[in-house]
Design a protein. Structure first.
Length: 628
């Protein structure tokens, strides 16, 4: 519904302006069409990922009954479908859209300019650049559609899954001392569904939006270089970068089958995938460089003489920065390393030290990723301008099929553990799925690291495109309008986080009340000699309604703030607002993501220690209730 309404808005503004041009006007709402196609592709990719995840959950549980290696392969293959389908669809649909737009409007206009004998060579070049710019700005609706769906997928999916997670876990642990995913807990099903909603569809839509926007941003910037326009296929270079990433990722995942996975080395196998795909991508992108001219410049940046290997450097900076961010994320969130182990150990002294140390861990985890992003931006912008920033973002997303495969693996193995528990399988099966899940929690955080880093670069590239199009606008902190916009923009990520956290808290409270009431009903049923069937549907309804209703306000904040600032205070205020949001948002996102990942794995460490303690008490024939 939102996509349909916003497409009408785009049609009445951007497309109407294009169709009302005095000359070379379009006769079709191309931007609105691209927007709807981008939205639909993002929804389709998320839907396919969720369908495959649901099918793969049970297969992973079944394979774990045989061997943990077979269970790992089942979960990883399910994640692969999400990764390769999403990136493949993004490129395929964008290429089809470009071909259609070119054949129905662009080619005819280009021919008329080229054949116009009244125009000088210089005038023709200017007219062609303007035509190419218009084409790519119309195509940019595709990236906007993907990011719009990502907003709702991320926010709605996050509210859904966390409301169910908090409600089910908190009541299950404190009221009846139930195991995680115990079928007598009414919130169990909603918790498992939430993993797919938030971590499969939400993450998929998020990274689809980043990939589509990074590609569209690079295309728009490339339209300001006449050398790129006149060189055959050079304009398609951003698409070729992502295509080479698909090839590198395809080769990389084949190496998974060459290793024997055990409980001890799951994390190592997944980490190897990130490193291997990065190395292969570094090599795979080299042949694509030769579609570029040997050197070229961009309008407004005549001081830059950009070459093929300059572009290669920008891509590699983004690619290797993404890998470093992934490894740093793993260090801070994995239960194999000191930060998370210290966090779990702090629980012995109560919840307060755990909360304090968890927040400190998240803040500290921003240091290396921010330095990596800063180095990438510094090199790319100084050597290739905004085109370099766009290529760096595509480089960071170069191994996206592998990153999404690893990310999708997490919720699949998590739900496999839930199915093992609900099916009443032996505890050793749950131990295997928990080992897979613990690695999945960390790799989910790694995927978020890729998403956040690339989003920062994409945001900067789009910000540069905005500044270029507006003209005579810059962020000067000595000017009151820009500085006020900067402060408000820096505040927006906190306001957005407050809205989403309150939404989760309210929904979780409602979930807790419902589960307690259902428990009380169950006890009455059992006392009356009747069978107790937990009301799973009631919990699912609470999460669903909360995710749909409570994501409206955060979505309106994100979409409405720049529009409001622009209409009231003008483009200079918008420039400050966007700059502040980019700088502040990346810090908040990294720290919150890593704090959450570390807490989740610390919880599993505590549960492991608790299980070992119970086993020792049983071995020593000590009553557990008395020991408690």
């Amino acid at each position: 519904m939102f996509s349909a309404v916003f497409a009408v808005v785009l049609g009445l503004t951007v497309d109407y302006q294009e169709m009302s041009r005095a000359e070379h006007s379009t006769a079709f709402p191309y931007t609105a069409t691209a927007y709807l196609v981008g939205s639909g592709t993002s929804i389709l990719a998320g839907y396919i990922g969720m369908r495959i995840a649901v099918y793969t959950n049970t297969r992973t549980t079944f394979q774990c009954c045989r061997d943990v290696h077979d269970g790992f392969l089942a979960a990883f293959r399910g994640g692969q479908v999400l990764g390769f389908v999403l990136v493949g669809l993004a490129l395929l649909v964008l290429q089809i859209l470009l071909s259609i737009f070119k054949s129905t409007w662009f080619d005819g206009e280009l021919d008329s300019i080229v054949n116009d004998t009244s125009l000088s060579s210089e005038a023709k070049d200017t007219a062609i650049k303007e035509l190419v710019r218009r084409l790519f700005e119309l195509i940019a609706g595709y990236g906007l559609g993907g990011s719009s769906v990502a907003l709702f997928g991320r926010v709605g999916g996050g509210i859904y899954t966390k409301a169910a997670d908090v409600g089910a876990d908190l009541v299950g642990k404190t009221l009846k001392d139930l195991k995680e995913d115990d079928p007598s807990n009414p919130g169990t099903i909603a918790d498992n569904v939430g993993d797919n909603v938030g971590d499969i569809a939400g993450m998929g839509a998020d990274l689809f939006g980043s990939l589509a926007e990074a590609t569209c941003a690079a295309l728009v910037v490339s339209s300001t270089s006449i050398a790129l326009i006149k060189t055959t296929d050079a304009l398609y270079f951003p698409l070729l970068v992502s295509a080479s990433g698909i090839v590198a990722s395809f080769v990389s995942v084949l190496f998974v089958h060459a290793q024997r996975v055990s409980v001890e080395n799951v994390q190592t196998v997944l980490k190897t995938q990130i490193g291997l795909s990065t190395v292969l991508m570094t090599v795979a992108v080299i042949p694509t460089l030769y579609v570029l001219p040997e050197s070229f410049t961009f309008d407004g940046r005549d001081d830059l003489d950009v070459g093929r290997w300059t572009c290669y450097g920008c891509i590699c900076f983004g690619l290797w920065s993404g890998m470093v961010i992934g490894f740093v994320t793993e260090y801070y969130t994995s239960n194999s390393y000191g930060p998370t182990l210290t966090l779990s150990d702090s629980c012995k002294q109560g919840p307060a030290p755990n909360i304090i140390l968890g927040l400190a861990l998240g803040y500290a985890s921003t240091i290396v990723p921010i330095l990596c992003i800063t180095a990438t931006i510094g090199y790319a912008f100084s050597t290739a301008g905004m085109y370099g920033i766009g290529l760096s973002a595509l480089g960071m997303l170069g191994s996206l099929p592998v990153a999404l495969s690893i990310d999708g693996y997490g919720p699949i193995s998590d739900n496999a553990g839930g199915i093992a528990e609900m099916s009443g399988l032996p505890s050793e099966i749950r131990d295997k799925t928990d080992a897979l899940d613990a690695a999945g929690n960390t790799t989910a955080a790694v995927g978020k690291g890729f998403a956040i880093g690339s989003a920062c670069l994409v945001g900067l590239a789009l910000f540069g495109a905005f500044i270029t199009r507006v003209g005579d606008t810059q962020v000067d902190i000595l000017k009151p309008t820009q500085f006020c916009g900067l402060l408000v923009g820096a505040m927006l990520p906190y306001a957005f986080s407050a809205m989403t956290m309150k939404a989760v808290g309210d929904a979780a409270q409602e979930m807790i009340k419902f589960i307690i009431q259902d428990y009380n009903r169950g006890e009455a049923e059992i006392k009356a000699g009747r069978e107790y069937k937990p009301d799973y549907d009631g919990c699912i309804k609470i999460s669903t309604e909360a995710s749909l209703k409570k994501m409206i306000a955060p979505g309106a904040l994100v979409l409405g703030s720049p529009l409001l600032a622009g209409f009231i205070f003008g483009p200079k205020a918008v420039a400050g607002l966007l700059a502040g949001a980019i700088v502040s948002g990346v810090q908040v996102a990294i720290s919150a993501s890593n704090t959450g990942g570390a807490w989740d794995n610390a919880k599993k460490e505590v549960e492991k220690m608790r299980s070992q303690f119970k086993a020792q008490l049983k071995k020593d024939d000590i009553d557990i209730d008395a020991a408690r």
